[in-house]
Design a binder for this molecule. Structure first.
Ligand code: NAP
Length: 311
């Protein structure tokens, strides 16, 4: 259990200050670090506590340059490494993993933060549905290549940023790329990808427990990022009959910092977190996002889609 006083209003700056000694000296790789996003705000919060290296991974080199400039202005001695990765392209993911395996001795924490919500059915160059490819399959391949290739070692952590949308839809087992399933506005595909983030952490915790690897999934809350702006949250609230509770960026990235560095949650390997705390998934209607049968099935499906077996 993390600090019991941490909650929905706690900020990443507060959590990072409390976990400062666990951030110091760590190499942290974050996907999706565009301006106006949670990935960059997470980097900002931990940068104050002397990580040895932050690897900024994005598909757009100009956004990486902007992130570098922003962080270097705040912390001139901070070590930064750019990494170009397009999670929609398995060949790009393979190249990025090879670059890290051959140049970085150890990634202590991998934060799989990047995501998108495809409103229209578009397939990637690999024939995958775009939200599923970006949000899960690309991260599945990247993570496993770092574990296989040696950059991620014992004691490493993998944080998968999901959303509450995992409660709104399961993996479409017989048609994950929407070849025949109606696509609508892409909510089923987005939910499938976010359920996959939750199951992927459970799978990693189980399959790599002998190697002392930890993995957590987390819901950051609702924050007015570039992605939230594109998703039209007012329409979302009406469609799914939910009340919107907005967080600041620093409140939104607090759970990232807990999941990435808090040693007190190690006994809950594989868990889902929200508002800085482990939150067991107990609702019967979200049972598709828990359990060995589901995560083994997702692992096998993901291996088939990337054309490589892991673990
Ligand atoms: N904001 C919220 O309210 C909220 C709520 C629940 C969950 N989340 C989760 O929080 C995480 C961060 O999202 P955010 O709100 O900070 O949105 P964001 O600012 O749009 O960040 C998403 C990042 O993913 C990157 N990305 C998209 N497609 C990619 C690809 N093919 N390859 C590599 N990178 C790609 C984006 O890069 P580009 O800039 O190049 O597009 C961007 O840097 C996501 O996992 C999201 O699902 C957010």
């Amino acid at each position: 259990m993390s600090n019991p006083s941490w909650n929905v209003t706690t900020t990443s700056d507060e959590v990072a200050a409390a976990l400062s000694s666990h951030i110091q000296g760590k190499t942290v790789l974050v996907t999706g670090i565009s301006p106006d996003g949670l990935g960059l705000d997470f980097c900002r919060a931990i940068a104050a506590h002397s990580p040895s290296l932050i690897i900024l991974a994005a598909r757009n080199p100009s956004k990486i340059a902007a992130a570098q400039e922003y962080l270097a202005a705040l912390y001139p001695s901070l070590q930064l490494k750019p990494l170009t990765i397009d999670l929609c392209s398995l060949s790009s993911v393979r190249s990025a993993a090879q670059e890290i395996n051959s140049t970085v001795a150890k990634v202590d924490v991998l934060v799989n933060n990047a995501a998108m919500h495809a409103k229209e059915l578009v397939r990637t160059e690999d024939g995958l549905e775009t939200s599923f490819s970006t949000n899960h399959i690309g991260h599945f391949l990247f993570t496993n290549l770092l574990l296989k290739g040696g950059a991620m070692k014992e004691g490493g952590r993998v944080v998968n940023v999901t959303s509450n949308s995992f409660r709104r839809g399961a993996v479409v087992w017989d048609d994950p790329n929407f070849l025949k399933t109606p696509f609508g506005e892409g909510w089923a595909a987005y939910s499938q990808s976010k359920t996959s983030n939750v199951l992927f952490s459970q799978a990693l915790a189980d399959k790599f427990k002998d190697r002392d690897v930890y993995s957590y999934s987390l819901h950051p809350g609702l924050i007015n990022t570039a992605m939230a702006k594109k998703m039209d949250m007012d329409e979302f609230a009406v469609k799914f009959n939910v009340t919107l509770h907005w967080k600041t960026f620093a409140q939104g990235t607090a759970t990232h910092v807990v999941a990435a560095f808090d040693p007190t949650i190690e006994s809950q390997n594989g868990a889902f977190l929200a508002d800085c705390q482990v939150k067991p998934i107990t609702e019967p209607e979200a049972a598709w996002a828990t359990g060995k049968e589901n995560y083994d099935r997702l692992w096998k499906l993901s291996e088939e889609l990337v054309g490589e077996d892991f673990a």
